[in-house]
Design a protein around this ligand. Structure first.
Ligand code: PXG
Length: 291
């Protein structure tokens, strides 16, 4: 039985409950993060906490503790669960106050931290790569609900993912209304082109600024690979030499087929494998110590 942090208390999972009036439930009115710990260290904790606070700020939620307190509480949640490798899910909702959408002020946010075991993707997916389809569901328009905000409303991503399942694919790729490739359902996307450039869509198209994405850009540049943030189309994706997705849960996963088109030679590419290895090494050798 796990231990969950909720509103100042550490309680057994079965007692960790929110009100049916919680705005997170009623309206998806809240924010979250997905964080991993490797071997007793939380990977990129500062970056995740900064993004959590930025998401909250953007939707007018004031998280009722300092970043330092948040980090320490998160570490304590991991300790209480005795985990070394973990998937950590902080959630902050606007809180509880009646049924209307109106009063957003003077509310006290609900703060939850779950630390659980991580469900890993199969090793076969990393060895052979995965297949994706471009979803007919478009990425949320950044002027409506900005995908930079990791809000509790993940219907957009969930609908794209369901399309992938229905099509028998592993993943869904989002396009924006102009037809540019944006990202996957819950991962960022990269292509390696015939010109020898590693390209990822700019976040203004509607992609989350993934922390794994930023890390991969850093790793690639340190290896002397030319990295560009530039829009590209489905055609560019189909004709790329290599492609991969990045995310906290997936890490770096090769993408070898999209909409039935084989990418490159249909196997995880050389650049992809190099970056996968460098990323894994970094996760094992850095992070906020929990113990
Ligand atoms: N795009 C979207 C829309 C995401 O939600 C990423 C990219 C990758 O970002 P990071 O910072 O993780 O590199 C995400 C985040 C899951 C799960 O259960 C994954 C994410 C979010 C929520 C759940 O696999 N990925």
């Amino acid at each position: 039985m796990g231990i969950v942090y909720i509103n100042g208390e550490f309680v057994p999972t079965e007692s960790a409950k929110v009100s049916v009036y919680d705005r997170g439930l009623l309206y998806g009115d809240g924010v979250f993060e997905g964080i991993r710990a490797y071997n007793g260290r939380v990977f990129k904790l500062d970056e995740h906490i900064d993004r959590l606070y930025e998401s909250a700020h953007s939707i007018l939620i004031k998280i009722p503790m300092s970043k330092e307190e948040f980090k320490e509480t998160l570490a304590e949640t991991i300790r209480r669960n005795g985990l070394r490798d973990a998937y950590i899910r902080p959630i902050v909702t606007r809180g509880v106050k009646g049924l209307g959408i109106n009063p957003w002020d003077a509310m006290s946010p609900t703060v939850i931290i779950i630390a659980d075991k991580i469900t890993l993707y199969s090793s076969k997916m990393y060895e052979d790569g995965i297949a994706a389809v471009c979803a007919s569901t478009m990425r949320n328009n950044p002027n409506a609900c900005n995908p930079q905000i990791k809000s509790l409303n993940y219907l957009n991503s969930a609908m794209a993912k369901y399309e992938a399942y229905l099509a028998g694919a592993d993943e869904a790729i989002f396009l924006n209304p102009q037809g540019y490739v944006v990202e996957a359902a819950v991962d960022n996307i990269f292509i390696y082109t015939k010109q020898g450039e590693l390209v990822t869509p700019p976040t203004y198209l509607g992609a989350l600024r993934g922390i794994t994405r930023d890390t991969v850009i850093e790793i690639a540049r340190a290896k002397g690979i030319l990295v560009k943030e530039e829009p590209f189309t489905r055609h560019d994706l189909y004709n790329a030499v290599e492609s991969f997705l990045t995310g906290t849960a997936a890490e770096v996963i090769p993408l070898v087929k999209v909409d039935g088109r084989v990418i490159g030679d249909g196997r995880p590419g050389k650049i992809t494998r190099e970056i996968m290895m460098a990323y894994r090494e970094l996760t094992q050798n850095s992070g906020y110590p929990v113990y």
